[in-house]
Design a protein around this ligand. Structure first.
Ligand code: C5P
Length: 238
């Protein structure tokens, strides 16, 4: 992955996606398809986006017994996505099964999709983690622990907030991917995200890829907003 800006296509159906993508005819994008869109439109939506030559992060966060995750990933690999993910809480064996499934399902001559792990969801607070998961460690310790297990399993990186990147880089090296949502051009657009950063802050922290949703998709002029985010992320002066 070449430090992409990933646009989260958080739309309920294909028509809204196609309408959104209209002004981007000449751009080769990296987009994220999540549960909302995939469960409505099915694998066909991946095919349609691929035909436009965009790269795809299929964000389905798999979490099940190793055998089921193996089979599911084998099927997903055939769709030809570039990036997929699992929950690290599923365990090392499950993450290894995910990678084996991806290898088994990747079409001949193609590269297996990269696979990253969700550690603690950014919507989970430390208090919730302690009372609901009975984890006594701090949130940071839990994120680091899951990241280490993911790396041991052979996983390519993690989804994390830009505030955790320095710690992850220090313990897991610079090849381990850090994919960071919660990105805002300015802090008055925080919405429901708890730990946000600007594209510049993410770049300075050493983030591998940023995920931007509403800052682009809900902007009055999405293409202009995309360009502003991209320039800030790539360090290009406007
Ligand atoms: O609109 P916004 O930029 O907040 O969108 C961020 C995207 O990243 C959404 O698709 C959200 O589901 C996703 N995401 C997140 N936090 C995570 C994992 C994924 O915000 N830990």
């Amino acid at each position: 992955m070449n430090n992409p800006l990933i646009i989260a296509l958080d739309f309920p159906n294909k028509n809204e996606v196609l309408q959104f993508l209209n002004p981007f005819q000449d751009e080769k994008l990296f987009v994220k398809v999540g549960m909302e869109l995939f469960y409505q439109e099915g694998p066909q939506i991946i095919q349609e986006i691929k035909e436009k030559e965009h790269q795809i992060f299929l964000d389905l966060k798999l979490h099940d017994i190793p055998n089921t995750v193996y089979s599911a990933m084998k099927g997903l690999a055939k769709l030809g996505c570039d990036l997929v993910n699992v929950h690290a809480a599923g365990g090392k064996e499950m993450m290894m099964a995910a990678l084996e499934g991806l290898e088994a399902g990747t079409n001949a001559g193609e590269k297996r999709p990269s696979c990253i792990a969700v550690t603690q969801l950014t919507s989970t607070s430390e208090q919730q983690m302690k009372s609901e998961q009975l984890i006594e460690a701090t949130l940071q310790e839990s994120v680091l622990h899951y990241s280490l297990i993911a790396q041991e399993a052979g996983i390519d990186g993690v989804v994390c907030s830009s505030h955790e990147v320095a710690m992850i880089r220090q313990h897991l090296g610079k090849e381990f991917l850090t994919v960071t949502p919660g990105i805002r051009l300015n802090y008055d657009l925080v919405q429901d995200q708890k730990r946000v950063a600007t594209p510049e802050e993410a770049r300075n922290a050493g983030v591998s890829a940023i995920v931007v949703g509403r800052g682009i998709t809900k902007a009055e002029e999405p293409f202009k907003s995309y360009q502003a985010y991209k320039q800030a992320w790539e360090g290009v002066r406007v």
